[in-house]
Design a binder for this molecule. Structure first.
Ligand code: M6R
Length: 607
């Protein structure tokens, strides 16, 4: 989603703004722009499409100035056109915005009645027009920004630049993340610390309702009540080098291939090799005292939660409720005593998940999060944040973050099972030994890539695909369907195998590929029966199973992919690989933009 940067620098800022915007590309965007104070006067350059278009424009039409703001826009209000591209300008004010101003129609009407016209379809232009209106009435830039923000409803991270004010940036946050970077005689603003990494490693995160006035040598913050506030400055540990594809064609390919390594790192962070126990960050979790866990997440992270529900309930006998954050936050679910609330998010900035977390504050016994970005809002606002150690994930379609989320969630479930007396020391140790073999097994599983590549050529011709699974393979089917639709744009749906006869079987014909995840586990025979029902109606089965499963049920399938044999409890972590590879190679065969699929954003910071 939209990314914001701002620089009060000692040198020309246009290249710094573009570089910082490049580091925000992973969030997803469809246009980009920058504004600077050139000889004290506002000027801007904007371009639709990829950042390279903005860079090219700046080569032919450079922008001078030592202070400026920049933006990558993921369209919400108005198409991705040049007119709608940020920074938005109204006379002496330029502004960049991430979020949604929900009352912009009312504000526009008020401005219109004062004779002020608007020229774009965006909600953000209203912010610039309001600030100009206040300036026109004699307000200082700070007063104008404060008065503007007091009128806004909705979510925003904003950064203002004013004509003639070369040593001033004003930033404000409500609902969307914003960080301030401290340099030597320089000051920066960014949607996250990743954007600021080449500029500084000293960062202050604004809190909800904060309003910040920056000069090159000072930072003054007031809170939502307008009271002066002090926010801690943190040392970040983000690599300033931009992550590259390491020889792969796409980031997603690299991230799929990295899974043995990152899962090994995740295991290393939580497993105590000497005594075979699971170590949690300080504070820990009193699993024995819990009555239930409420898990909340979006997208792929939600499917990780659904998988974890099976683990916690079967292994630890701990009831789990799982919800998508956008439903949970407005349903007003009662949070009763003995509840741990657990939020799973790669980015740690997903607006709905963060809102759900805030709903549980003061209600749940403990707020837990499983996050990849350990300085994110969700991590910072949790009682205990459990990092997944996946490293930076650039591909919009989550791959390594999903398997690392599963790894950490399984470790938690095992810890809970042991703490609640449902798993002996020996039993726990046996699972941990099996988990230690995961990196090797993932390497082996990656060996199916050539088979999948060939199959994907055929799959790319399909218009609809069904995914089936039972038990722990049901969430895997859901994840497989999501992966396929988001990067190949093929319509895909997942069903619990047992649900097939309750409706979806009507869809089956000789054109319908059906992907079945079925390792030879306790539920295998039941899934195979469902598979036979599909084959009897001409459906084309892609069976993903192990050697024993292939021997028993491989006959008559369109294609059988044979996975390494693994303990059924650990199978979701391994079977994510064929789900990812199938989607990836189908998308490559179709020639889609794998890393930045149309309409999608990596970090969904608006609801
Ligand atoms: O950053 P988060 O894990 O909170 O993001 C949640 C979803 O937006 C994300 O998993 C999305 O569904 C991915 N594109 C899936 O590949």
């Amino acid at each position: 989603m939209c990314g914001i940067v701002g620089v009060l620098g000692q040198n020309e800022v246009a290249p710094l703004l573009v570089e910082a915007l490049k580091r925000l590309e992973y969030r997803g965007y469809d246009s980009a722009g920058i504004a600077t104070l050139n000889d004290g006067h506002l000027d801007r350059r904007r371009a639709v499409g990829k950042l390279v278009n903005l860079s090219d424009l700046l080569v032919h039409d450079p922008l001078a100035g030592k202070s400026g703001i920049g933006h990558t826009r993921w369209a919400t209000h108005g198409a991705p056109t040049l007119t709608n591209t940020h920074p938005h300008r109204a006379g002496p004010v330029a502004v960049v915005h991430n979020g949604i101003i929900e009352n912009y129609r009312e504000l526009r009407a008020e401005l219109a009645s004062a004779g002020i016209a608007y020229h774009t379809e965006t909600d953000t232009e209203t912010v610039a027009l309001l600030a100009q209106h206040h300036l026109d009435k004699g307000a200082s830039p700070e007063e104008a920004a404060r008065a503007t923000i007091a009128q806004l409803e909705g979510a925003y991270a904003l950064c203002f630049l004013f004509d003639g004010e070369d040593d001033l940036l004003i930033a404000a946050r409500q609902g969307s993340p914003l960080a301030i970077g401290h340099g030597d005689g320089e000051m920066f603003v960014g949607s996250d610390a990743i954007a600021l990494a080449p500029l500084t490693d000293r960062v202050t995160y604004l809190e909800e309702g904060d309003f910040a006035v920056l000069t090159r040598t000072s930072l003054r913050i007031t809170d939502a009540q307008g009271t002066p506030a002090t926010r801690p400055m943190r040392q970040t540990h983000i690599d300033s080098a931009r992550v590259d594809k390491a020889g792969h064609k796409h980031f997603m390919a690299k991230e799929i291939a990295e899974q043995p390594t990152v899962i090994s790192e995740a295991l290393g962070a939580y497993l105590n090799g000497e005594n075979g126990t699971i170590t949690l960050p300080e504070g820990g979790i009193n699993f024995a005292g819990l009555e239930r866990i409420t898990m909340v997440a979006c997208g792929t992270a939600y499917f990780a939660c659904v998988t974890a529900k099976y683990w916690f309930e079967q292994l630890a006998r701990l009831p789990v409720e799982v919800d998508v954050a956008s439903e949970f936050r407005y349903r007003e679910p009662p949070i009763t005593e003995g509840t741990a609330a657990l939020f799973v998010s790669q980015s740690g900035e997903t607006a709905d998940t963060l809102a759900a977390l805030r709903y549980c504050e003061g209600e749940a016994d403990i707020i837990l999060s499983v996050v990849n970005v350990d300085e994110s809002s969700i991590a910072r606002e949790s009682d205990l944040a459990l990092p997944i150690h996946a490293g930076t994930e650039i591909g919009v379609a989550s791959s390594k973050a999903f398997t690392c989320q599963l790894t950490v969630l399984l470790l938690l479930a095992l810890k809970a099972a042991h703490a609640r007396g449902h798993l002996s020391e020996d039993g726990l140790r046996a699972y941990l030994v099996a988990m230690r073999s995961l990196p090797g097994m993932l390497n082996e599983a990656l060996g199916i890539e050539e088979d999948v590549r060939g199959l994907s050529q055929e799959l790319s011709k399909a218009t609809d695909v069904l995914f089936l699974g039972r038990g722990l393979m049901y969430p895997m089917a859901m994840e497989g369907a999501l992966k396929l639709k988001e990067i190949s744009y093929i319509h895909a749906e997942a069903y619990a195998s047992g649900e097939l006869k309750h409706g979806p079987i009507a869809l089956i014909d000789e054109k319908m590929p059906v992907v079945v995840f079925a390792p030879k586990d306790a539920l295998f025979d039941k899934t195979v029966s469902n598979m036979q029902e599909v084959m009897a109606r001409g459906g084309k089965i892609i069976l993903i199973t192990d050697a024993a499963g292939a021997k028993d049920a491989g006959d008559g399938t369109w294609q059988t992919i044979i996975m390494p044999t693994i303990d059924p409890v650990l199978a979701p972590i391994l079977y994510a690989v064929p789900a990812q590879l199938l989607a990836y190679h189908t998308a490559v065969a179709k020639g889609t933009d794998v890393d930045q699929p149309r309409n999608l954003a990596k970090s969904v910071t608006v609801e």
